[in-house]
Design a protein around this ligand. Structure first.
Ligand code: PDD
Length: 286
């Protein structure tokens, strides 16, 4: 089946969808994005992703392409047209096509470019990796200073993934001033001294939508949460480690730089949080 995608008001077969070569997303990485999971044809935490999109747009002074209701209708239409059961919807907004290359932002009459497409991942919530866990390596965090804005500047995270692959691992945790910031496309956690520890919010990390939900469920389940930076050495000596993201949910980390974390198998806290998250989010899916 040919995938139907959305570009600036039109639903098109993917091969017919185009964006200008002068689009600022293409030339300047002047664009923001969101990834929303779909389970059983329903959107997971759509309101959270919408709220963060609004914040990213506002931090960059980028015009909004449409209302949240219109965005919801587009997401649902794409799910329906593509018969999507499990997977993700990728959304990108750029500062549009000013008709030429110029460092200065175009004036407000240039409309933003809005693109959405589906990615089918049958059995997304039953990922085999959740049963065995993932391996990470530590790398320097050399990204820009506003990682709280979800921009499409993903070159270094892509390079980080490749460094991990080369080292026989699955992902990289990035380190700045001696402390872990986050994974290449996820938030990072350890379990130590009976507490779930994850970096506090700031400009240094993306404010994960999954992070917010998982910490809420953890606190509701009387688990202790500490939001503070931690080092890679502390992570290597921790009882457990895991990551969260909209597409991986809660995923155990079983080795860091080749050192097993805890027993070297997925730990009970990560397993419980994954179950809690998936149960609660499926109930609230729209
Ligand atoms: N990545 N940190 C970074 C750098 C990310 O790119 C992501 C998400 C997260 C987790 O955020 P959330 O829980 O809202 O997905 C943290 C998405 C999934 C991606 O780029 O595909």
């Amino acid at each position: 089946m040919t995938r139907t995608v959305y570009v600036n008001g039109s639903y098109l077969p993917e091969a017919d969808a185009t964006v200008s070569i002068f689009d600022r997303g293409f030339l300047m990485a002047d664009a923001v994005y969101e990834v929303t999971s779909v389970l059983d044809g329903k959107l997971i935490d759509f309101a959270g992703h919408c709220a963060r999109l609004r914040r990213s747009l506002s931090e960059l002074g980028m015009p909004s392409p449409c209302t949240d209701d219109a965005l919801l209708a587009i997401h649902r239409e794409l799910v329906a047209r593509n018969g999507l059961v499990d997977g993700m919807i990728y959304l990108q907004v750029s500062r549009g096509n000013p008709g030429d290359r110029d460092f200065a932002f175009p004036d407000a009459s240039v409309p933003p470019t809005l693109v959405l497409f589906t990615q089918s991942k049958p059995g997304l919530a039953d990922s085999p990796q959740a049963k065995v866990g993932m391996k990470v390596i530590g790398i320097d965090d050399i990204r820009w200073g506003r990682r709280d804005i979800k921009t499409v500047q993903l070159l270094y995270p892509s390079m980080g993934k490749m460094m991990a692959k080369k080292a026989g691992a699955d992902d990289a945790w990035m380190i700045e001033d001696g402390f872990v910031t986050e994974g290449t496309s996820n938030n990072a956690y350890i379990v130590t001294g009976g507490r779930i520890v994850t970096r506090n919010l700031g400009h240094e990390i993306l404010h994960g939508i999954t992070r917010a939900a998982v910490l809420r469920f953890a606190r509701e389940a009387q688990m202790e949460v500490e939001e503070r930076p931690f080092t890679l050495d502390e992570a290597k000596a921790a009882d457990e480690a895991f990551i969260t993201s909209a597409s991986a949910f809660v995923m155990p980390v079983v080795a860091i730089d080749g050192v097993p974390v805890g027993s070297g198998t997925p730990g009970p806290v990560a397993r419980r949080l994954r179950e809690l998250y998936l149960d609660e989010m499926r109930k609230a899916a729209i």
